[in-house]
Structures are given as structure tokens and as C-alpha cells.
Design a protein around this ligand. Structure first.
Ligand code: R5P
Length: 288
């Protein structure tokens, strides 16, 4: 078995190869002067089972093309089975038509991965698991909530309360609370589909003397978390921790969250960032 490390996921691929006892092969890559991507597999994959590992954080389009080139090349060069491991799947949030005429981005991206020749697809905390039904190949979504919960467990939280910053994060908060042993609070969030403005509704809750954990699948601009942290602080929360799988942290996201009262952010390494401290390779290895 060969683990093919894509340009975006060298560490995850290395850790994964070690865990499953596979040969690690790093692809050769470069960018042509006009911006096009070049990929070369420096190993014989003929007849082999190949696991392509490539996450798709910004620049997403470039990462996606590299991923597709790797899958197609492996298949074309005779790989027996190709599994695409994409720790962070970009475009997953556009999973339905919020406004008439919109493209279903997640459908297009999954169809491209399948069309390139993947026989199996594995990702971590996809925005909505139901999106995998667009695939005609096996699709597996792995959750990192257990790993994040375990990491938070080492923080010795006092009277923890886990907050879901919107309804979509409810199951995540419940799962984390079952690990940390606390209650959950689910907030109601509305996003303006044209301006992107986020409004989070106030809740009746007393958080005095409690440490709070806000958990979500991803942090982009930090607006969702900042709103939740503001509410937590207003309700008397002591320390405010934030846990997410994919820390995109666009622009001033960190500053925005700190200003709202967040003490610490932890994330997984599906997207590299200064807070990406939890490795997801062990969770992925279990499904390979
Ligand atoms: C949306 O439903 C997601 O789960 C995240 O809450 C959202 O994408 C985070 O975006 P931002 O950090 O820009 O608020």
C-alpha cells in the first residue's frame, strides 16, 4: 500500500503512512509560470493500492486541481484502488440552493473527485454528511470531535458548558459534552445570504462560574464564534475555549474572537494554522 502525500498535506500523509504501515511517497509538484499546476508521481504505482492525501484549504482551486491530477495519474499509471483522503473538503458549505440559480458546489467537487478515478473518498467533518450521497463510490466522513474533546479534557475545565453556535453544530456540542461531562446550549444563528452578516439570538442561560467551550466544524471569518463568545461573556462565563476541526482563520478572525472574550482556540491539522494542535491521522487511519 502506498500513501501519496500531496503538496497540501505532507504531515498528515506521513503520520498516516506510519500508522497503517504503508510506503510514503511524496509527489513532485511545481507551478508553471502561467500558474498551472504540475504533478509527478516518483514511484511505481502499477497494481498498488494508493491512498492520495491532499487537503483543500486556500488556495482551494489550486489544491483541488492538484488533488485531481494526483488521483487521475495514480489510476492512469495502473493503481489497483485509489482512495482520496481529503481532510478538509473545500466548497462543502454550498450544499444547497440558498438562492435560485446557485451552483451546488459540493456536488460538483465530489463528482470531479469521482470522475478523476477515486474508488473511495474519506474526509473529516464535512459540513453536512448528507452531501456524500452525491457520490456513487464509497464516501466516509470521519469526525474529529472525540479527538478535540480529549484534548479539551486536559484543560481541567470547571463546570463546563458546551455551546453550539448554530443548530448545525448541535450534535457536535452534545458529543463534546458527553466527553467533557457538561450541559449543552444551542444558539440560533441567521446569516444574510447576500451581505454575509451574521446575527445570533440571545438565550436565557446562566453561565456564572462556568467554563465554556464553543464548538463548530470550521472558523472562517470568526464572526459565528465571536457572536457566541459575546453571548457567553454577557451571561457570566469564566474562561471561553473554542474548538473547531478546520481553522481557516481568514483575515482578522483571531483578533475578532479574542476581542469577544475567547481565551484559547484549538483546532485540528486539517488546515495548518498556529492553533492546529490536534492531529487527525489516527481518526483517518481507522477507516482505511
Ligand atoms: C456554518 O454553518 C459553519 O458551520 C460555520 O459556523 C461558519 O462557516 C463559520 O464561518 P465564520 O467564521 O465566517 O462565521
Amino acid at each position: 500500500m502506498i500513501v501519496l502525500a500531496g503538496p497540501a498535506s505532507p504531515k498528515t500523509a506521513e503520520h498516516l503512512a506510519e500508522l497503517i504501515g504503508a510506503q510514503l511517497v511524496k509527489v513532485e509538484y511545481k507551478r508553471f509560470p502561467d500558474g498551472e499546476s504540475y504533478i509527478r508521481l516518483p514511484a511505481n504505482v502499477d497494481g498498488e493500492e494508493v491512498i492520495v492525501v491532499q487537503t483543500t484549504y486556500p488556495e482551494q482551486d489550486k489544491r483541488l486541481v492538484e488533488l485531481l491530477l494526483m488521483i487521475e495519474a495514480a489510476k492512469d499509471l495502473g493503481a489497483r484502488k485509489v482512495t482520496a483522503v481529503v481532510p478538509y473538503l473545500a466548497y462543502a458549505r454550498q450544499d444547497r440552493r440558498f438562492r435560485d440559480g446557485e451552483a451546488l458546489s459540493v456536488k460538483t467537487v465530489l463528482k470531479l473527485i469521482e470522475a478523476a478515478g477515486a474508488d473511495k473518498f474519506v474526509t473529516v467533518d464535512i459540513h453536512k454528511e448528507e452531501s456524500l450521497s452525491w457520490l456513487n463510490i464509497e464516501g466516509v466522513n470521519v469526525t474529529a470531535v472525540d479527538l478535540l474533546g480529549k484534548h479539551l479534557g486536559e484543560k481541567r475545565l470547571s463546570n463546563p458548558v458546551v455551546i453550539a453556535p448554530d443548530a448545525g453544530a448541535k450534535w457536535r456540542a452534545e458529543k463534546a459534552a458527553s466527553i467533557l461531562g457538561g450541559e449543552t446550549v444551542v444558539l440560533e444563528k441567521h446569516r444574510d445570504r447576500i451581505t454575509g452578516e451574521i446575527v445570533t439570538k440571545e438565550v436565557e442561560v446562566d453561565l456564572r462560574g462556568k467554563d465554556v467551550v464553543i464548538i463548530d466544524d470550521l472558523i472562517s471569518t470568526g464572526g459565528t464564534i465571536a457572536n457566541a463568545a459575546n453571548i457567553a461573556k454577557e451571561k457570566g462565563a469564566e474562561r471561553v475555549y473554542v474548538a473547531c476541526t478546520h481553522a481557516l482563520l481568514i483575515g482578522a478572525a483571531m483578533e475578532k474572537m479574542v476581542k469577544a472574550g475567547v481565551d484559547e482556540v484549538i483546532a485540528t491539522d486539517t488546515v495548518p494554522s498556529p492553533v492546529s494542535v490536534v492531529g487527525v491521522a489516527p481518526a483517518i487511519a481507522k477507516v482505511l
